[in-house]
Design a protein around this ligand. Structure first.
Ligand SMILES: Nc1nc2c(ncn2[C@@H]2O[C@H](COP(=O)(O)OP(=O)(O)OP(=O)(O)O)[C@@H](O)[C@H]2O)c(=O)[nH]1
Length: 518
């Protein structure tokens, strides 16, 4: 609650200007944040797209390169098969044939060796300088494969360690049939894994980026940047095989590698000719860090802009708060002045002793009433009232008691239940006056008599009054006119009423008299 109050005060929410500026600043801030996030998101998306494109291109080009590498091995094997005599493998003259194989192998740098095996797996010829110690190869996967699969296409096996040199090699083999179509032996070319290690080393890649050559059954032939420990790993459970390659031959995707649990952005391509796949993956966290470093100036700039907006907002809010405070102070001041004015107005128009209208208000009211009368041609009556023997009262009871007596008479006159348009005023000294607009002489005399009677009935002691009751009494004189704009009606009215009052005094006081124009 307190927090909400503080926020409302800080943002000057209690003023419409404050509210408008709050909404404007909030909109500006929101637009700034949205633009900043949108720009950065787009920039990151573009970085990812570029990485995906680059990964696809790299995997496609390396798939082609792998195809070329194995095609050259296949061409060598097919040439060897063409050069096997009609009579079969048994008729090969070993030393010259070994030389022939060595020459062929030297023409293709990626080849580790070229060999010929008979139907029992015995090595008959080899391009290698020295023969391996164990000469029977019938346990090798490629040999078993060809013995059981009678077709003339190339077979690419998993990586094996050469029994003659100890090198890691990829076996590429062809079956040889005899004249009757039966199994006669196997032609083998081995491709150096080192060749791929060397070739993949040319590419400018980050430490944790990956370039892998695999067979389509998910077995790794070589994975850069790793060593021999990742060769012949089964990655068939990787999203590359379970998700991507089951749908398309080339493409991109992001997944966590089953080999090292690193998330990468991958591109992949399957060879059209051989059961091979190449995958190129960029380490996503390295890419993120690099993007972050590159985007840092933008981020700092955007943050500064947002900070600038906030600062500007703070300054504006400070001004608004000051403005609102000044306005509040001004409003309070204005209210106070209005109230003082009102009091002053009342004071200017009211009699301080009795609270009745004063002489000034009497004159204004009389003037207005006469104007109305001139227009409506209805009569205006004036009753002039004077306290009897008031000098004696003052002399006997003192001026303070005299003032109190004036207040009491004022209170009694206020209880006369006049029309709301009538005005009772203290005319001056111990004299009162009642203006009765739209009232004729009879009604005025009736009111005057009631006033006389009520004051007498109040029984305010006046031992010096001289009458039989020894109470304060009043005398009243009434006069009525229908105003005539050409004439000084106020003087006429006052003189008439004074004359009647004088008459009442002469007649013995404590009474009301009326005079007329005649
Ligand atoms: N205490 C008090 N006395 C006032 C005030 N204004 C006028 N007086 C007194 O009222 C008295 C008026 O006396 P007069 O005009 O001679 O007449 P009166 O004694 O009332 O005699 P009549 O009018 O002939 O009955 C004077 O003594 C004034 O001093 C006032 O505000 N307070």
């Amino acid at each position: 609650m307190k927090f909400r109050k503080n926020v409302a005060r800080a943002l000057a929410l209690n003023s419409s200007l404050g509210r408008s500026i709050t909404f404007f600043m909030a909109g500006l801030l929101l637009a700034g944040i949205v633009t900043c996030v949108w720009t950065l998101t787009r920039s990151w998306d573009k970085t990812v797209q570029d990485a995906e494109r680059s990964a696809i291109n790299l995997s496609v080009s390396q798939s082609r390169q792998a195809e070329d590498t194995f095609l050259q091995a296949e061409l060598v094997l097919r040439e060897v098969r063409r050069n096997i005599p009609q009579e079969g493998l048994a008729s090969i003259t070993i030393p010259p044939f070994n030389t022939y194989l060595a020459e062929l192998k030297d023409r293709v740098p990626q080849l580790h060796g070229v060999m010929v095996f008979d139907a029992q797996g015995i090595m008959l010829a080899t391009s290698l300088d020295k023969r391996p110690l164990m000469t029977n190869y019938s346990d090798r996967e490629y040999f078993i494969y060809h013995r059981h699969n009678n077709h003339g296409s190339l077979h690419i096996g998993h990586v094996i360690r050469s029994r003659s040199t100890g090198d890691m090699v990829i076996p590429v083999s062809l079956r040889i049939n005899d004249a009757a179509g039966g199994f006669e032996g196997v032609l083998l070319a081995t491709v150096k894994v080192e060749y791929f290690r060397h070739f993949y080393g040319y590419f400018e890649l980050q430490d944790r980026d990956l370039l892998a050559l695999l067979t389509t059954d998910g077995t790794t032939l070589y994975v850069r940047p790793y060593g021999d420990e990742t060769i012949n790993q089964n990655l068939s459970s990787s999203p590359l095989f379970t998700r991507e390659l089951s749908q398309k031959d080339r493409g991109h995707g992001t997944w966590v590698s089953t080999l090292d649990n690193i998330e990468r952005i991958y591109g992949f391509a399957r060879s059209e000719r051989y059961p091979l796949v190449v995958a190129a993956g960029y380490d996503k966290s390295a890419l993120w860090n690099s993007w972050l470093r590159g985007s840092l100036p933008d981020i700092v700039l955007n943050a500064m802009l947002l900070l600038g907006t906030l600062l500007m907002g703070a300054i504006i809010f400070r001004q608004v708060r000051l403005n609102v405070r000044n306005q509040t102070q001004l409003a309070t001041l204005r209210d106070e002045l209005t109230s003082i004015n009102h009091t002053l107005q009342l004071m200017a128009l009211a009699d301080g002793l009795t609270g009745l209208a004063n002489r000034r208000q009497f004159d204004l009211f009389l003037s207005q009433s006469l104007k109305n009368s001139a227009q409506t041609q209805k009569p205006v009556s004036l009753i002039m009232i004077d306290i009897d023997y008031f000098k004696r009262y003052n002399d006997f009871y003192g001026h303070v008691a005299g003032d109190n007596c004036l207040r009491l008479v004022g209170d009694i006159l206020q209880k006369l239940q006049l029309n709301k348009n009538d005005l009772i005023a203290r005319y001056g000294g111990e004299e009162f006056a009642i203006i009765l607009p739209d009232t004729g002489p009879e009604a005025a005399l009736f009111v005057a008599r009631r006033a006389v009677s009520m004051v007498r009935g109040a029984k305010i002691p006046h031992s010096q009054a001289g009458g039989q009751h020894a109470v304060v009494t009043i005398s009243a004189g009434c006069y009525s006119v229908i105003a005539d704009a050409d004439f000084d009606d106020a003087i006429r009215l006052k003189e008439g009423a004074d004359k009647a009052l004088y008459q009442a005094k002469i007649e013995g006081r404590d009474r009301a008299m009326a005079t007329s124009d005649s």
